[in-house]
Design a binder for this molecule. Structure first.
Ligand code: FE2
Ligand code: FE2
Length: 275
């Protein structure tokens, strides 16, 4: 089974800066003859507040021939409590109405693929608990299948035992709950997006993959992270073994966000200036 992972496409009809990467990405996807595509979130520039960003991005996604499973990113459904756009009932409802469920479970032969809404993590509310309960059940009912887990946010950025990385990784308490579930089951892969850095590593027996954004890289406006500054996608081959390969795709442009952040995410600029 061959799965293409794409992530952080950041498409929008009103902020079209990255839309031009879809044509070369779609051409490459179609040539791959994959069984499935997984999008690990941030489809949109601002689906958290603009329905048209979600409908525009979903229309593009439907141009792919292979079936696509999607989990949302922070720019699609919002982020942590206290952020500019916290996840709330309105944002979740908008996403679910326009894009579909915010988590998935899909079985194929010896594998069970599970996608979670990582933006629920850190709220400590009923939505977060319901998802943990759903995830535990999905793992417990895998019936001998190996597991691959897809999420917008990575488990951690620099180290499994690091503290709260704020915007970037899963918070320590929620990360520990995921670690406990991963330890109790046969989780071969944890694949994520969000960081706009492409990297592969491992946590104990689990392979970790940070998929490259299909839109932009970050130069110096955020701290250096592990991995490479490329735009592209990931090919995951699920057989008796798992093989994951990060791919830079010909014809796609590695936009650099630093010089255009004031056009794309002006609130992020204002907050930086105030800090
Ligand atoms: Fe992103
Ligand atoms: Fe993100």
């Amino acid at each position: 089974m061959k799965i293409i992972q794409i992530t952080d496409t950041h498409f929008s009809p009103s902020k079209p800066h990255f839309n031009g990467n879809w044509a070369p990405l779609l051409t490459w996807i179609e040539a791959q003859n994959a069984d499935l595509i997984v999008h690990t979130g941030d489809l949109t520039v601002d689906g958290a507040d603009k329905a048209e960003d979600i409908t525009f991005s979903m229309d593009l996604m439907r141009q792919a021939t292979a079936p696509m499973l999607i989990v949302p990113g922070n720019h699609d459904v919002g982020h942590l409590p206290g952020s500019d756009q916290p996840v709330n009932a309105e944002r979740l409802q908008r996403w679910r109405a326009l894009s579909g469920a915010d988590r998935f479970v899909e079985d194929s032969q010896a594998w069970r693929l599970v996608g979670i809404n990582a933006l629920l993590l850190g709220h400590g509310d009923d939505e977060e608990e319901a998802q943990f309960e759903w995830l535990r059940t999905a793992f417990e009912q895998r019936n001998g299948r190996r597991l691959a887990l897809f999420s917008h946010k990575p488990l951690f950025v620099d180290a499994p035992d690091e503290g709260d990385t704020g915007y970037w990784g899963v918070r320590p308490a929620q990360r520990q709950r995921l670690f406990d579930l991963i330890a109790a089951h046969d989780v071969a892969l944890f694949a994520s997006g969000h960081l706009h850095w492409a990297w592969q590593g491992e946590y104990k027996e689990t392979s970790l993959t940070w998929g490259p954004s299909a839109a932009f890289v970050i130069d110096t406006m955020e701290r250096e992270m592990p991995g490479e500054r490329i735009v592209g996608a990931v090919v995951h081959e699920f057989g008796s073994e798992l093989r994951s390969q990060i791919v830079a795709i010909p014809g796609m442009t590695a936009h650099v966000i630093d010089g255009i952040i004031h056009e794309i995410y002006p609130k992020a600029v204002r907050k930086d200036a105030a800090e």
